[in-house]
Design a binder for this molecule. Sequence first.
Ligand SMILES: Cc1cc2nc3c(=O)[nH]c(=O)nc-3n(C[C@H](O)[C@H](O)[C@H](O)COP(=O)(O)OP(=O)(O)OC[C@H]3O[C@@H](n4cnc5c(N)ncnc54)[C@H](O)[C@@H]3O)c2cc1C
Length: 437
Amino acid sequence: METSNFTDTQLTVREAIRQVCSQFPNEYWRQCDRTETDPKGFHATLAQDGWLGIALPEALGGAGLGISEATMMMQTIAESGAGMAGAQAIHANVYATQPLAKFGTKDQLESTIPNIISGQWRVCFGVTEPNAGLNTLALSTTADKQRDGSYLVTGQKIWITCGQVASKMILLARTTPLDQVKKPSEGLSLFCIDLDRRAGSGLDMRKIQKLGGRAVDANEVFFDHYPIPADSLIGREGQGFKIILHGMNAERCLLAGEALGLGYAALARAAQYARERVVFDRPIGQNQGIAHPLAEAYMQLESAKLSTYHAARLYDTAILTHGGMGYAAEYDVERCFSYICLDVAGVAKVNVQGDGSWSQIALPQSGGCFSGCVDASMLRCFDDRQETLVLAKTNASAADARHLQNFVWGPHLFKQSEVFFASIFLSSKTSELQDLQ
Ligand SMILES: Cc1cc2nc3c(=O)[nH]c(=O)nc-3n(C[C@H](O)[C@H](O)[C@H](O)COP(=O)(O)OP(=O)(O)OC[C@H]3O[C@@H](n4cnc5c(N)ncnc54)[C@H](O)[C@@H]3O)c2cc1C
């Protein structure tokens, strides 16, 4: 990877994380995957060295760095051979804590963040629901306020990563029914809740059997009048959607970095195999039919890298500089942000259909990994555009990596590379966009 665009801090993070990850060789990850064992040792080691607090405030024991550095951390983890197993064991602790760090009360921060940074508590992100999917605003889990200010949560979440090992969940639930709000984005609230798995608590969790990425659990979570205290609310009631975007935007940057890491790792392995495998008395990499797709993949990864870190930089600068006002159209930062993203993503010119209605933006198709279209309503919010950007580039790198692994490895694909392969698939699934209509 070309590293001249990175800051000294990012490069220092990369080297330090590379060293931590070198203690966890491929065999460790194969074993975790085969035996469906959570990589607790890996999580504990990163926590011990303070890495889980990379983008959390120094006053609470974090490093006070940004999402740009956290993206580098996640890329390096995925690239090390840990793949999505390593990334998924860590990333919610970094992105899901962003809304808490920005909107939590002093008491909330002091009682939770240090325990998350130290690794004592792990965090999961409770957003997706079976009947809402990408349409987050249609989620139906409710948190009903009681007279004493506490809430009773009822509903179902799905695909909740690390639910089995987490102590805390950042939960998005509806506190005002959809038919009583002006806009569907209103009436949702964000909570930081305990996970009480005891029988009769009102919380039940079932592990989902998956194609791959088996080291890290994914779960269906059922709430039935599950009690949570008043002080688990993050920020203002009803404002949860705006607040959670601070986590979702960070998540998209981290996931894009992780997909990049997978791509670079797959490319490095494919190139090594192409150098070493000799057929017809010469390395197969000497054949242009093998070499050119590798070079093409490298170029695409480099392009995806620029977009990914550009998005992360924008997260760290424009939006954070403006704090909450970054969301207000008044300051125009959201518009600048969107134009830059559209330019970088290259979707503005080529993909906006010319029917005068801006009805659709086609996302670039890459190796069949993902292709889709986004309704014009997505153009109304800068967060959507950032996701479009990250999604497009993330899926390009994941798909290309998969293509080149297939291409170069042929029948050897499902040996050493199987964990990567499953991880790349996973990465493309988890980078789905949010439809904000
Ligand atoms: C391994 C794994 C881990 C996960 N971890 C978590 C987690 O920790 N927490 C959490 O909350 N969620 C998690 N998710 C959920 C993930 O975010 C969702 O799978 C994702 O948001 C897509 O939702 P869905 O699967 O219901 O797809 P659907 O919404 O049902 O979409 C199905 C397909 O249609 C496409 N589509 C839908 N609408 C449009 C449109 N308007 N334009 C174009 N295409 C469209 C989608 O891209 C997708 O390909 C995880 C998922 C996986 C697979």
